[in-house]
Design a protein around this ligand. Structure first.
Ligand code: NAG
Ligand code: NAG
Ligand code: NAG
Ligand code: NAG
Ligand code: NAG
Length: 548
């Protein structure tokens, strides 16, 4: 044991050495040489090969609509055609600037912000029937506007971006349209104190979460949102307050609201959600002492797998602790069931948190959606007792268990964290394999083949296929931990590639590099890569979907 570095020894001690449940962590079957990756096409904000490169990009948001990629950057919007990529650089087909006006910049500077913060960072980029919906921080005075899809022209007036877009480009935010309403999760003020889940722009009244109530949010970091059934689910992390010790502990959460909520009565929760509930997400390794991955970084969309709707999440340990990351899966049905379970409460500021006994929960059940045709056909006719209960009890007692009660993938023996993910559920020539691509804080991409289990549980195991450097040091510019932060990972199926967005560039990387295994059939098969196969010309080739 003398050779084990202290953090690892500590980790093993934590897990209890007897806890053999801790999975092994083999290295990748293939490490992709950097000279291969260096040739992949990169977008740097240029119109064509001979245009001068101006200041580096500050990419904030990415949106792929069919064969077009939209990129929201600092003061600029770009449109890029994914089918027109040739050579080692991608060029935009349209660029539109949206800068803050002088007055907004002056006020931003007067409030003590730096010159490079008092710009317009495009943090919201959504597609809606009429075109694009874009919000920018606008020198700490956020604004939103409609844009046309093809020419990127602003249509109509700008509207306030408050509660729709953060003030500070460093803050994480979430936005999605559902049923013609905009659902956002962000902070609504200059000082970033008032966190909110907000609905606006539709027919029903605008609604928000209760202001400055630590039971609802405590320093949240919003990660994603999905629509499922009558609800919108929001995934985030925040400081947990339900623990019986004073230490500040970050935990991961899922919250939900009813899409049809119209707010409470004039006495309780007026213009606020009557359906906001939240629960902890449990991504942990079972063993003698439980090991938790408490910090959620990203989630997948809802995936259909073996007849269930599941969501995958990438979690890590806190930055200042033992480095470790994990991917956990959650069954949406199981997740929704936690919201039908018991509520948690703290009777007095000194007492511990306990479940609320069923007989003390008022009826109709707090946090539910109003039902058409019933006595409570609208959330504003719920009894005050019910509204008061949900206002003071937004937290569920139970945590959402992960599928199979353990992570699908664990990485602890490395000096980086996994923080982004994209899943290809239609990998391989028969479109029946699942490949997970994970992005790390070092700018690398890890590729895993998921092996289905024979029994009913979904997670059989996984094979670590490949690891590659995604960040292109030569082309993207500056090399720093900040520059290597992957902002997003997008799968572009028609071109069989991934789009890796960093602050200063977008890199397009093919999903597989079969030619690297072309020396012999054995290599090709040993790669285990579902995208590759030994073909008639005696080479290892990419197998297009449908090939035999
Ligand atoms: C994207 O493609 C689908 C299917 O081909 C089409 O119905 C849709 O209108 C396209 N969306 C846009 C914004 O062009
Ligand atoms: C933006 O477009 C939507 C849908 O096309 C429309 O309802 C809305 O009024 C527009 N907003 C502005 C500010 O022009
Ligand atoms: C709810 O029911 C009442 C009468 O039972 C009806 O007047 C009202 O229009 C209904 N409201 C909604 C939103 O369906
Ligand atoms: C998380 O899941 C594990 C394994 O099922 C369980 O033992 C543990 O109690 C759970 N933790 C919480 C906080 O629910
Ligand atoms: C995918 O489909 C092919 C052809 O039907 C089959 O041979 C193969 O076993 C399937 N693979 C998996 C992982 O289900």
């Amino acid at each position: 044991m003398a050779t084990v570095a202290p953090p690892l020894a500590f980790l093993l001690a934590l897990l209890g050495l007897a806890g053999a449940a801790f999975p092994e962590e083999p290295g990748p079957l293939s490490s992709v040489p950097s000279e291969v990756v260096r040739r992949y096409p990169v977008f740097l904000g240029r119109a064509h090969r001979s245009s001068l490169r101006q200041e580096p990009l500050h990419i904030q948001s990415i949106l792929k609509v069919n064969r077009t990629l939209y990129i929201g950057s600092r003061d600029d919007l770009f449109r890029l055609e994914l089918d027109n990529v040739v050579g080692d650089e991608m060029f935009y087909s349209k660029k539109r600037s949206w800068e803050s006006n002088r007055n907004d910049i002056r006020i931003c500077r007067m409030k003590g912000k730096q010159e490079d913060e008092c710009r317009n960072f495009m943090k919201v980029l959504l597609s809606r029937p009429g075109g694009l919906f874009v919000c920018g921080t606008n020198a700490f005075n956020p604004l939103c506007a409609n844009y046309t899809r093809d020419t990127l022209e602003m249509v109509g007036e700008t509207i306030s971006g408050m509660a729709r877009c953060p003030y500070d480009p460093k803050h994480a935010n979430v936005a999605l349209f559902a049923d013609g309403n905009l659902f956002t999760a962000t902070v609504t003020d200059f000082l970033a104190i008032d966190a909110v889940i907000y609905r606006s722009l539709g027919n029903p009244p605008a609604l928000r979460t209760v202001k400055h109530d630590s039971k609802w949010f405590r320093e949240p970091y919003f990660v994603s949102a999905v629509e499922w059934g009558p609800h919108i689910y929001f995934f985030f992390r925040e400081l947990g307050m339900e623990f019986n010790y004073l230490e500040k502990a970050v935990v991961s959460r899922v919250a939900r609201v009813c899409k049809g909520d119209v707010g409470g009565s004039q006495r309780v929760l007026e213009k606020q959600w009557t359906s906001f509930l939240k629960a902890r997400l449990n991504c942990s390794i079972p063993g003698d002492s439980h090991f938790y991955f408490n910090q959620l970084h990203s989630t997948s969309p809802i995936l259909r797998s073996h007849g269930r709707d599941i969501v995958l999440g990438v979690f890590s340990t806190p930055a200042n602790s033992i480095p470790g990351s994990a991917v956990c899966a959650f069954d949406m049905q199981q997740l929704a069931r936690v919201f039908e379970g018991r509520f948690k409460e703290q009777k007095s500021p000194e007492s511990i948190w306990t479940p609320v006994p069923d007989e003390l929960v008022p009826k109709p059940r707090p946090g539910g959606c109003a039902v058409q045709g019933s006595r409570f056909n609208s959330s504003n006719v719920f009894p005050d007792e019910v509204l008061n209960f949900v206002k003071t009890h937004p937290l569920m007692d139970e945590a959402v268990p992960s599928l199979g009660q353990r992570p699908w993938i664990v990485k602890t023996m490395v000096r980086y964290q996994l923080n982004k993910m994209v899943v290809d559920t239609e990998a391989g020539p028969h479109r029946n394999q699942t490949v997970l691509f994970l992005g790390s804080t070092k700018g690398t991409v890890l590729k895993f083949l998921m092996i289905p289990a024979r029994d009913r549980s979904i997670a059989g195991g996984n094979i670590f296929l490949e690891e590659l450097e995604g960040y292109n040091r030569e082309k993207c510019g500056e090399d720093s931990p900040q520059a290597r932060q992957l902002l997003s990972l997008t799968l572009d199926r028609p071109s069989h590639s991934l789009l890796l967005a960093f602050s200063s560039c977008v890199v397009r990387v093919p999903v597989a590099r079969c030619q690297l295994f072309s020396r012999c059939m054995k290599n090709c098969i040993a790669s285990r890569d579902p995208y590759c196969g030994w073909t008639r010309g005696s080479t290892c080739s990419f197998l297009r979907p449908g090939t035999r």
